[in-house]
Write a protein that binds this ligand. Structure first.
Ligand code: NDP
Length: 240
């Protein structure tokens, strides 16, 4: 039986590599996207994944989309909460909108999606939930109180849901990527990027493929005994 995986933010950046890696591993993938239609079409064409336009900050939209995925592809076995965004600024200058924007896109989305799939996984006695957090949720980051709080919140959610779900054959884990070579880091000034790379013991940025490989492992039966854990993929930049 082909397993079905949902990847939020699954058509661009790290998410597109996660989608491609899961398809390669034999999954039927539903890749959720938000606004970048061109990237979504390109991802569908390149990987054969099914694409769904879903705003993951909206609870009912997530519930409806997961029902649709199950009608189209079958029962959801794997959920990767990858959609995220930054909206940086120091706390003393941050507006409530920037706070809400980042908390809802990174953290509330994680609740919305987990809540949408958890009953089905519990009934079937199987599931894999993988939350893409960040090194900045582990260590904090200047100018990112909102993002650091959201990503740290994902780690708490991961552990609590792992406890609730372990007896039902569901594992819940988090991955904390460090700096990854994506469009986002590509837009940074070269001198800033150079200074960051100096703080990474392996001496380079990570690749989206390296994050995707960790997702494929945590989604596999080989990772059955791993739950509630946080896997750091940061080149040694932060060792917690
Ligand atoms: P990108 O900015 O390249 O992509 C973000 C993805 O999230 C896009 O696919 C976007 O959809 C989707 N998205 C944003 N808002 C919504 C929404 N409201 N509803 C649905 N989807 C939404 O991010 P990255 O690939 O760089 O990062 C992926 C994840 O990894 C994020 O959670 C990020 O915080 C985390 N991370 C990234 C690091 C890095 O160095 N890049 C480091 C550590 C963690 P669309 O394409 O349609 O706009």
């Amino acid at each position: 039986m082909t397993k079905v995986a949902v990847v939020t933010g699954g058509t661009r950046g790290i998410g597109a590599d996660i989608t491609a890696a899961l398809v390669k591993d034999g999954y039927k993938v539903a890749a959720f996207y938000f606004g970048n239609e061109e990237a979504a079409q390109a991802c569908a064409k390149a990987t054969g994944a099914s694409i769904y336009k879903v705003d993951v900050t909206r609870y009912q939209d997530c519930m409806d989309a997961c029902v649709q995925v199950e009608k189209d592809l079958g029962s959801i076995a794997v959920l990767v909460n990858n959609a995220g965004k930054t909206n940086d600024g120091m706390m003393h200058k941050m507006g409530a909108e920037a706070w809400d924007d980042v908390i809802s896109t990174n953290l509330t989305s994680c609740f919305n999606m987990c809540r949408s799939v958890i009953n089905g996984m519990r009934e079937r006695g199987y599931g894999r939930i993988i939350n893409i957090s960040s090194v900045n949720g582990q260590k904090g980051q200047f100018g990112q109180t909102n993002y650091s709080a959201a990503k740290a919140g994902m780690l708490g959610l991961t552990k609590a849901l792992a406890m609730e779900s372990a007896a039902k054959g569901i594992t819940v884990n988090a991955i904390c990527p460090g700096y990854i070579r994506t469009e986002m880091t590509g837009k940074m000034k070269p001198e800033i990027l150079e200074a960051i790379v100096k703080q990474i013991p392996v001496g380079r940025l990570g690749t989206p493929e390296e994050v995707a490989a960790a997702v494929v492992f945590l989604a596999s039966d080989k990772a059955s005994f791993i739950t509630g854990s946080t896997l750091s993929a940061n080149g040694g930049q932060y060792m917690s």
